[in-house]
Design a protein around this ligand. Structure first.
Ligand SMILES: C[S@@+](CC[C@H](N)C(=O)[O-])C[C@H]1O[C@@H](n2cnc3c(N)ncnc32)[C@H](O)[C@@H]1O
Length: 152
């Protein structure tokens, strides 16, 4: 995997600047080291964790999180397991999952990480409040804010 596919911590750092105690996870030590070198904030940390091969991080207790942000990363893990984990970690009534995914029908040729629109819409089921908006004019990148997963 080359560097351009790594997360560099910009979203994580922005969340810390907004006032959230924030941890950014990535399986790549290179990505974590790069993000740690780029950003320094008292509410911010980066950790190496592989969400496919390792059990979930112990610090992610059920019903404990205000926000989970997963931008362009859901297709790299098991979608069903991850969505279940996100729901469990978030506070039942106010917890919010922010997702960014690519829309398969609108992707440029050669890209392969998106989901069909119907799958994206299905991600909205079972939450108290949902919103969806496109991030580009072509509608290739779309965002979801899913709030209120219910009791873990
Ligand atoms: C397309 S990048 C998106 C990065 C970041 N979220 C952003 O929006 O800039 C996908 C990221 O997922 C990470 N990743 C892929 N598989 C992973 C896994 N099993 N566990 C943790 N991170 C993983 C990659 O190292 C990469 O940094």
């Amino acid at each position: 995997m080359t560097g351009r596919f790594f997360g560099w911590g910009f979203l994580t750092a922005a969340m810390a600047r907004m006032g959230l105690w924030t941890t950014g996870y990535d399986w790549s030590p290179v990505a974590v080291e790069g993000a740690s070198n780029l950003f320094d904030h008292k509410r911010l940390e980066f950790k190496v964790h592989d969400f496919v091969t390792e059990p979930p991080p112990r610090e992610l207790a059920p019903g404990s999180l205000d926000v989970v942000a997963c931008r362009l990363t859901l297709p790299y893990v098991d979608r069903h397991i991850a969505m279940g984990d996100f729901r469990r970690w978030l506070k039942p009534h106010t917890g919010t999952l922010y997702l960014v995914v690519q829309v398969w029908e609108r992707q440029q040729p050669g890209m392969f990480r998106g989901y069909p629109d119907a799958v994206i819409e299905d991600l909205r089921h079972g939450w108290a409040h949902t919103a969806r908006w496109d991030l580009d004019l072509a509608g290739e990148y779309t965002a979801l804010a899913l709030t209120g997963p219910g009791s873990p």
